[in-house]
Design a protein. Structure first.
Length: 88
């Protein structure tokens, strides 16, 4: 892909800060804390039980997509579509 500004580089350990895009390694709980606007995506794709699941604090986007039979790249792209609109 094209070169990205430094603020798009993922933070190690699954953390994310406002202004960064998500990756497959992004932790669900951290993502929802920083970008509550993506909550609708999780609700639609995985159901509302996602928000009370203790796994959201330890699982990343790739793990969750796999457990729900979804393609990680599609989930991440949809989430980043929302993020892109927010950080412009």
């Amino acid at each position: 892909s094209a070169e990205q500004p430094d603020h798009y580089l993922p933070v190690p350990g699954g953390a994310i800060t406002r202004g960064e895009r998500a990756t497959g390694e992004t932790q669900i709980g951290a993502l929802l804390e920083v970008y509550p606007e993506v909550r609708e995506i999780f609700s639609r794709r995985y159901g509302d039980a996602c928000f009370s699941c203790p796994g959201q604090k330890t699982e990343n986007l790739a793990q969750t997509a796999m457990m729900h039979g979804q393609a990680t790249d599609e989930v991440v792209a949809e989430i980043n579509g929302v993020i892109e609109k927010l950080i412009r």
